[in-house]
Structure formats: structure tokens, C-alpha cells
Write a protein that binds this ligand. Structure first.
Ligand SMILES: Nc1ncnc2c1ncn2[C@@H]1O[C@H](COP(=O)(O)OP(=O)(O)OP(=O)(O)O)[C@@H](O)[C@H]1O
Length: 295
């Protein structure tokens, strides 16, 4: 698949909501890194997620390919975050939430009662909209906070693990001399990278990111976007974003969801290579949304 060159629009304010068509950037995957880390494929089959019996997003079928960044886009309320949380079972943590259909991680349905939900959340990590470090816990301990959730596949001491995770999150150089300082003392952008380091420390195969830059300034946003492109060397990324430019910049695949009106569930309208979704969408609604006519 050809994705074209970096677009000049990349240098614009990344927090801007809508911009006209643009090709995405999809740097080649480092084959050596890709061979070391082998994330499973994720298949969503006829998924409907509900709250109190009311479907929020319905009949979604979708494949998330390994080592790709997949962006979920669509207007407010179409079910992007709900769908994202379904990918690691977190949706069921909401009160009165239910799911029908399947989410197959490497062929195993994560909703099969025999599957350990904690193991699924280790394999499929999550980064939230607002940085959520433990503020009084040291930077080092923040990185290690999730490690007890499950076995690590890699070797090495905790010190190695902390260094590797912070390096992968692009934060090592900034904090290497203050690992015992509290995580709450970092800037917002640094805190979000600390949360990414915490998520990466358990070596997830898939990282779910729910608008990870929405609380950040433009510079921190660009740092995280660069990071996302690097993370995909070792793990699959699924990102929810309202920012069309961001979707175009960071993702290989884009999934457009829409909701016709309040009270009906959101539905998947179109999914495909980001270049196609932005430059040659097959559905009118996709074109209207990506060109800023609604949403
Ligand atoms: N915990 C909850 N309990 C009940 N309803 C919920 C809950 N979370 C979301 N919903 C409803 O589910 C629908 C989809 O919400 P969701 O947050 O997944 O959409 P979204 O596309 O991510 O929206 P936004 O872009 O505004 O964040 C909405 O109608 C919302 O009100």
C-alpha cells in the first residue's frame, strides 16, 4: 500500500478540529522490531454494546491489523469510546453495560467466560484522555504500577524495565535523573508520556488510546503523535480522536462511525486505509464528516 509523502499540512496546529483532505503519514514498520513483538490480530464480529439495555453502538464488524495505527473517528455520541472500551473488555466495567457479538484476540473471544479479563487487559492496554499518573507515587513506581497485573514476557530487572518503558515513551532523557520524584510534578505532556510508559511496561500487544492528546498543548500533542508512530513498531495502536488532522497524520487505517440522531446507536459507516477514507471515501456521510460539513 502506498501512502504518499509527509503532507505540508502536518505542520499546522494539531489541535484544529477539521481540515481538508490530506494524505496520511505511514512510516515503514521496522521489520526487526516487528519480528520481536508479535501482536495478535483483533477481529470485532457483530458487536453491539449497550448501557441499561440501550445500544450505544451496534453491529460493528472490523479487523484491527497488527502493527498498524487505527483511528476511530466520528461525531460526538457515535460510540467511539464505547467501541474502544469493548476492545479490552473495559466496557463491562460501566454500570449495567452489556455486549453481544465477539471480540477475537488472536482468535479467542475475550468475552468467553473462561477467559481471564485481567490477562486481556494486560495484553490490550489503555491510555485515557487525561493523564492519570498516581501523583504522589514516584516516576519509577508509576511505570511499574501495572507490572504486577501479569507476567512479563521480557527479561530483566525492574530498573531495566523502567528505563526501556520510559525510552519507548520518549521520556527517559527528561526524567532519568529524577526517577524518585513524584509523577504529579511532571508537565501535562510528560504525565501523559508517563502513562504511556506505564501502559507499555506490561508489554501489551495492543494499546488503546482514548483522545490521548485532547488535554495537551500543540507541542506535547506532536510529541505524542510521533510517539504513536514509533509505538506501532512493537504494538498495535487504536486511537479515538476528534481531530481529523491527527487521524490523517498518525493512522494507517481509519474507521468512521456515525449516529443518525440521538437515541439510536452509532454504526460503522466505512473503514479503510486512511488515505482512502480522507481522499476517496465511498460513503457520502464519510466525505461530509471528513470535510467538516457536520460533526
Ligand atoms: N457510562 C455510560 N452510561 C450510559 N450511557 C453511556 C455511558 N457512556 C456512554 N454512554 C452513551 O453511549 C453513547 C456513545 O457514547 P460514547 O462516549 O461511546 O461516544 P463517543 O463517540 O466517544 O462520544 P464523544 O466523541 O462525545 O466522546 C452516547 O449516547 C452516550 O451518552
Amino acid at each position: 500500500m502506498t501512502y504518499g509523502n509527509r503532507n505540508p499540512l502536518d505542520s499546522l496546529d494539531p489541535t484544529a478540529m477539521k481540515e481538508p483532505k490530506m494524505p496520511p503519514t505511514a512510516p515503514p514498520v521496522d521489520q526487526q522490531a516487528a519480528a520481536r513483538f508479535a501482536p495478535a490480530r483483533l477481529d470485532v464480529v457483530d458487536l453491539t454494546a449497550s448501557y441499561r439495555g440501550l445500544p450505544a453502538v451496534a453491529d460493528v464488524s472490523l479487523t484491527i491489523e497488527p502493527h498498524r495505527v487505527t483511528a476511530l473517528i466520528g461525531p460526538s455520541g457515535c460510540g467511539k469510546s464505547t467501541l474502544l472500551r469493548c476492545l479490552n473488555g473495559m466496557h463491562l466495567m460501566a454500570p449495567h453495560a452489556t455486549v453481544t457479538g465477539q471480540v477475537l484476540l488472536g482468535g479467542t473471544d475475550i468475552y468467553d467466560p473462561r477467559v481471564n479479563p485481567i490477562e486481556i487487559r494486560r495484553r490490550v492496554g489503555m491510555v485515557f484522555q487525561r493523564p492519570t499518573p498516581f501523583p504522589t507515587m514516584s516516576i519509577r513506581d508509576n511505570v511499574l504500577a501495572g507490572v504486577h497485573l501479569g507476567r512479563r514476557r521480557g527479561r530483566g530487572t525492574h530498573d531495566d524495565l523502567v528505563e526501556q518503558a520510559l525510552m519507548r515513551a520518549g521520556l527517559w532523557k527528561e526524567v532519568r535523573n529524577r526517577l524518585k520524584a513524584p509523577g504529579g510534578g511532571l508537565s501535562g505532556g510528560q504525565q501523559q508520556r508517563l502513562c504511556i510508559a506505564r501502559a507499555l511496561a506490561v508489554e501489551p500487544e495492543i494499546l488503546l488510546m482514548d483522545e490521548p492528546c485532547s488535554a495537551l498543548d500543540p507541542i506535547s500533542t506532536l510529541v505524542i503523535e510521533d510517539l504513536i508512530k514509533e509505538i506501532r513498531e512493537t504494538c498495535t495502536v487504536v486511537i479515538v480522536t476528534h481531530n481529523m488532522q491527527q487521524a490523517a497524520r498518525v493512522s494507517d487505517t481509519t474507521v468512521f462511525l456515525n449516529v443518525e440522531y440521538a437515541g439510536v446507536p452509532g454504526r460503522l459507516i466505512e473503514a479503510g486505509p486512511t488515505e482512502q477514507i480522507f481522499n476517496a471515501p465511498q460513503q457520502r456521510a464519510t466525505e461530509d464528516y471528513t470535510s467538516g460539513r457536520f460533526g
